[in-house]
Design a protein around this ligand. Sequence first.
Ligand code: ZN
Length: 271
Amino acid sequence: VPELPEVETTRRGIAPHLTGRLVAALRVRDPRLRWPVPPELETVLPGRRILSVGRRGKYLILELDPGSLILHLGMSGSLRVLPGATAPRKHDHWDLLLEDGQCLRMHDPRRFGALLWSEGPASDHPLLRHLGPEPLEPGFSGEHLRLTAGRRRCAVKSLVMDGRVVAGVGNIYASEALFVAGIHPGRACHRIALARYRRLAAAIQETLRAAIGQGGTTLRDFVREDGAPGYFALSLKVYGKAGLPCPRCATVLSHRLIGQRSSVFCPRCQR
Ligand SMILES: [Zn+2]
């Protein structure tokens, strides 16, 4: 599942090929994504210039002149920049054709991805309006987590996976960061002191930055016809490793469902 580092790596991979270009056409082969691709886009987009390629949480935002295209990779989506004449494969649902003959192509076997439109700034769109601070920007901190937790009794893992609290931290990085910070994922969030939330905020930033750094080596795959989607093998400490030894103390890693999501943790290192 593409998480924030994959989305940021995608942004860095495609941005140099899109920024400043005019949109020539949108070619939709299958509009049935998580939400249907708005039918008016095929007439609205041609002739508009792409001013920038940004990211908010796990959303990619193509700021046009005027308007904003909002993209989500869903469970299995990937984007690449290819010559517009390249034959589509199965699950290549749409192409955004550019004036220079290249196209941005969306591949998404499970079709949980999205292509949405906002006439105004993307931040006004209902999906983005209530997002919390970006984890790698100054508005995010241990103080922010402590304040937001307040007297809430939910599990701390559910708190950090809530996009209204912090944008774009999914199951993988919530699990990894809680391990690094030594906090049990099921601990009630009102029972965690500020010092521990500071460690957690730092751990979230550290794990995301490390993953983005790993992704940097795959950037060329975003513009190769033969390339794989361009994601990278992550070096993870606990996510997906239930039953294996803890990398710190060798205790067998446990797992439990928290907020409907599988959570792996070390019963000894995480309290
Ligand atoms: Zn351990």
